[in-house]
Design a protein around this ligand. Structure first.
Ligand SMILES: *[C@@H]1O[C@H](CO)[C@@H](O)[C@H](O)[C@H]1NC(C)=O
Ligand SMILES: *[C@@H]1O[C@H](CO)[C@@H](O)[C@H](O)[C@H]1NC(C)=O
Ligand SMILES: *[C@@H]1O[C@H](CO)[C@@H](O)[C@H](O)[C@H]1NC(C)=O
Ligand SMILES: *[C@@H]1O[C@H](CO)[C@@H](O)[C@H](O)[C@H]1NC(C)=O
Ligand SMILES: *[C@@H]1O[C@H](CO)[C@@H](O)[C@H](O)[C@H]1NC(C)=O
Ligand SMILES: *[C@@H]1O[C@H](CO)[C@@H](O)[C@H](O)[C@H]1NC(C)=O
Ligand SMILES: *[C@@H]1O[C@H](CO)[C@@H](O)[C@H](O)[C@H]1NC(C)=O
Ligand SMILES: *[C@@H]1O[C@H](CO)[C@@H](O)[C@H](O)[C@H]1NC(C)=O
Ligand SMILES: *[C@@H]1O[C@H](CO)[C@@H](O)[C@H](O)[C@H]1NC(C)=O
Length: 769
């Protein structure tokens, strides 16, 4: 009885000490070091804890600070990141003079703070996550009284109130350094901090190599993070004066938990804790797209992810080396078309709006005026000035940044960004618009002629339809009525939506294999144990039922051993799905539509994918695009384009030889004729492929995309050709749509409109016939 009573009161005692930590649970005292396994320090409001921990997958012991109220263990600071304690004998103590020391086995010192000389040190974990040492009689919350603070020695995390940047008096620099990996907090490859050269800029480095430029602060945000201001719960501050260059952020709503991290895979992330889902949400991260890589387009060029190719030249500039540029080697960048005529004062400026300001490490900043006109005058007056922009865009704007070098790492955003004025010769500015008009007229005339000729050719071809195919070494037997274009002509099962839902666990996230351009792909298992992959077309896809059937027809015809087998489709209740055989080892399909290989397909091309599957301009045969004539041979054309796209990993829509304005077909054709067919092969394929087979596929692809429908083989012949080893394939003739338009400057407006206008022209010209 006594024992039980004693047991109960002991339990009560324990509960009380655990639930209401005595005053001082946030302070470390001389005679009470923190031993490994003992109570951690808890900050007064309970937000943070400090003690020994091991990262996941490691037995090593570290002293660190972590969030105390958050269910996901998240370490924000590590003291002895370079040298862990190996056993369980670790201890954190404070010396009489205030110096902090971590000792390990046999009392060996593994870490210590810089040596301090205080008379009555107080060591405390504050509720903002700062671990501080100060003199007992100082103001406890005044940072000036901190003899030492963990905030001055960030690891990979910036917390609210923590400074990033320089004390210019002492040249002391605070920057973030990633962990090595999830189980090792030692300094990793990536750092994030401020570069003081020119106008101070934020950079992420890998070692000494810059990997991402956040750019200068423009009064509202970093020029490289235009989305920074859109999150209104964040207050950002940047202090520049003679004593410091420092960035600090605060949460306007203190209940929101947010941090900035350089993660060990090299991404700078802003994370916000979501208490409902118990997850860290990534609010934004960088680098995020191809234009974020350092210096993607060479000097004076503009990177724009909404355009394909990504790189263009600003008004008044042209590619320095058009041939290399055409082959996507943009390292030489752009040069002026006409040299500026500085002394006569006739120069003007080309506006680049929505810009991320170019590298400012050798620019100068002038605070003399507030108006852009003064900046402009200042730049015009100085012959070495190449560009200018407003330095502080907050409020009415003030100051200017002046560049006197080639502009590097310039990009534009779809939204956000600011105006940049690039010096250009008057001749290039005045004539540009009229030049464009002449250009447009020329293109229209050429196009009209081209279409007329095509139509004439088409008519002749139409009349001689019954003539046999010349130049064919093998004769193909044409079978009628077995290549109909209706989905219901195919013996293709329609799956019930319920069956598919059951097979994929109701499209559960665990069964999701990935996300293609068309929508998510799920793995599933039918009742008969057959494994399937379900491509669920995103609802946002603009594809109609007919177009969907077109794809089904095309794919069903492609039942070749290199392609995944289509088992059926599901068209029910607004859902459109394709059901394939599941290929465990990363099928061709997953290779093709793998978003990780999106650096192969440009941004706007994926956008084209999302809207329609087959039947985009890229797969359309010339006779269909021009005359609206659709036949089984149009399908053969589409198939040929698909084959060439598979081989090259490129979309037909892009331009792959700017000097000759060649699309994929034209480019393939020119390589083929020069005997350099293998140059087309997607780099991602590597070297381990049967060259003869690839060349045969390419040849078959080229046969399929021949301009004249009657030159193209039938689908059954294509299957024979792909399956046979016979070298006796006919020689392909010139494909249709070799050059999609006349000579085009890579920096002129988007290609989408051009192709649209082609379609419009063809519609208006031929509807009246
Ligand atoms: C600690 O001391 C023991 C006994 O002297 C020795 O065997 C051991 O290697 C020492 N460990 C370290 C880490 O120095
Ligand atoms: C503070 O104490 C530590 C440990 O006793 C000692 O190593 C250090 O030299 C002392 N610092 C100063 C400034 O006296
Ligand atoms: C820079 O460091 C010195 C020495 O620690 C300190 O006195 C000064 O206040 C610091 N300056 C700023 C702006 O933090
Ligand atoms: C983490 O890095 C350390 C040191 O480079 C290495 O020994 C360890 O194997 C790595 N752990 C993982 C999980 O990659
Ligand atoms: C930018 O301008 C705003 C408004 O004029 C001003 O409040 C702010 O301090 C300026 N920022 C810098 C970094 O000069
Ligand atoms: C780093 O951040 C990126 C972007 O949020 C994320 O995709 C990646 O998984 C992160 N890496 C680690 C190790 O957390
Ligand atoms: C300035 O203009 C004059 C006359 O228009 C011209 O002859 C001269 O070449 C120009 N100077 C420069 C440096 O281009
Ligand atoms: C012109 O600009 C350069 C580079 O910024 C600068 O060194 C030079 O002093 C400027 N000249 C004048 C007259 O302002
Ligand atoms: C710009 O780059 C070109 C080479 O592309 C070089 O000749 C020229 O001197 C550079 N101009 C400046 C101002 O740095």
């Amino acid at each position: 009885m006594m024992r039980r009573l004693f047991g109960a009161s002991f339990l009560l005692y324990l509960l009380i000490t655990l639930s209401s930590p005595s005053k001082g649970a946030d302070t470390l005292t001389l005679d009470h070091p923190i031993a490994d396994g003992g109570q951690p320090l808890i900050s007064e409001g309970g937000s943070f804890a400090l003690g020994f921990f091991s990262p996941t997958g490691s037995d090593s012991r570290y002293v660190g600070i972590w969030y105390n109220k958050i269910s996901a263990p998240t370490v924000v600071w590590v003291a002895n990141r370079q040298r862990p304690v190996t056993g369980k004998d670790g201890s954190l103590s404070v010396a009489a003079n205030g110096t902090l020391v971590i000792t390990g086995e046999n009392s060996t010192v593994v870490w210590s703070s810089p040596s301090l000389d205080l008379s009555h040190p107080v060591v405390q974990l504050l509720d903002d996550g700062n671990f501080v040492v100060r003199e007992a009689d100082g103001n406890p919350s005044d940072p000036n009284n901190f003899a030492w603070q963990s905030f001055d020695y960030p690891t990979d995390t910036l917390l609210p109130g923590m400074k990033l940047g320089w004390n210019l008096t002492t040249r002391f620099n605070r920057q973030l350094t990633s962990w090595t990996n999830a189980s090792d907090p030692a300094s990793g490859e990536y750092t994030y901090g401020i570069d003081l050269r020119g106008e101070p800029q934020f950079f992420e480095w890998s070692g000494t190599r810059a990997v991402w430029r956040g750019g200068p602060w423009n009064g509202l945000q970093l020029t490289g993070v235009p989305q920074m201001t859109s999150y209104d719960k964040l207050s950002l501050q940047f202090f520049v004066d003679a004593t410091q260059v420092v960035f600090v952020f605060h949460m306007i709503d203190a209940s929101i938990v947010s941090r900035l991290v350089v993660n060990y895979s090299g991404t700078l992330q802003r994370l916000v804790w979501d208490d409902d889902s118990k997850f860290w949400n990534t609010l934004w991260y960088a680098p995020v797209d191809p234009c974020d890589t350092i210096f993607p387009c060479g000097p004076n060029a503009v990177c724009d992810t909404s355009r394909s190719p990504l790189c263009g030249c600003p008004q008044g500039f042209q590619p320095k080396n058009p041939t290399k540029w055409g082959f996507r080697d943009v390292s030489d960048g752009c040069v002026r078309k006409t040299e500026v005529d500085c002394r006569n004062g006739t120069d003007g400026f080309a506006l680049v709006s929505g810009a991320k300001l170019p590298d400012t490490s050798s620019s100068t900043v002038e605070w003399f005026g507030t108006t852009l006109d003064q900046c402009r005058a200042k730049c015009l007056k100085n012959c070495s000035c190449t560009a200018y922009a407003q330095a502080n865009i907050s409020g009415s704007g003030s100051g200017c940044i002046l560049w006197s070098t080639n502009l590097t790492d310039l990009r534009v955003y779809g939204g956000g960004g600011q105006d940049l004025y690039v010096r250009a010769a008057a001749a290039d500015l005045d004539s540009e618009s009229s030049h464009h008009r002449i250009h447009a007229t020329a293109i229209t005339v050429i196009l009209a002629l081209f279409i007329l000729i095509l139509a004439l050719v088409g008519c002749c071809v139409w009349r001689r339809k019954k003539r046999s195919m010349p130049g064919m070494a093998i004769s193909f037997t044409e079978r009628h009525n077995d290549e109909g274009t209706e989905a219901n002509d195919l013996d293709l099962p329609l799956f019930d939506l319920g069956t598919v839902a059951d097979a994929t666990g109701n499209f559960s996230i665990e069964n999701k294999l990935g996300e293609g351009g068309f929508g998510p792909v799920y793995k599933g298992k039918l009742e008969d144990e057959q494994e399937i992959a379900v491509k669920r077309l995103s609802k946002s896809s603009l594809q109609g039922v007919d177009e969907f059937k077109n794809e089904v027809v095309l794919i069903a015809k492609l039942q070749h051993r290199n392609l995944v087998r289509l088992l059926g489709c599901c068209i029910q209740g607004g859902e459109r799905m394709l059901i394939y055989e599941y290929m465990p080892n990363g099928s061709l399909d997953s290779f093709l539509f793998d978003t990780a290989k999106g650096w192969i397909f440009g941004g706007d091309e994926t956008e084209v994918n999302t809207k329609r599957v087959v039947g985009t301009y890229g797969y359309m045969s010339p006779e269909y695009a021009m005359d609206g004539i659709f036949s089984v041979k149009s399908d053969v054309f589409s198939f040929g384009v698909l084959v060439l796209e598979i081989i090259s990993g490129k979309k037909n829509r892009g331009i792959y030889d700017a000097s000759r304005s060649l699309n994929l077909l034209g480019y393939t054709w020119s390589l083929w004729r020069e005997g350099k067919g293998l140059d087309l092969v997607d780099e991602a394929i590597g070297d381990s492929y049967p060259k003869a087979e690839v060349l045969r596929c390419m040849k078959v692809g080229l046969l399929c995309v021949q301009e004249r429908p009657e030159d193209r083989p039938t689908m059954s012949a294509v299957l024979l050709m792909l399956g046979s080893d016979s070298p006796l394939l006919p020689q392909p003739r010139q494909p249709g749509f070799v050059a999609i338009r006349g000579p085009l400057e890579p920096d002129s407006s988007t290609s989408k409109q051009d192709s649209l206008s082609i379609n419009n022209v063809s519609v208006t010209m031929f509807e009246g016939r």
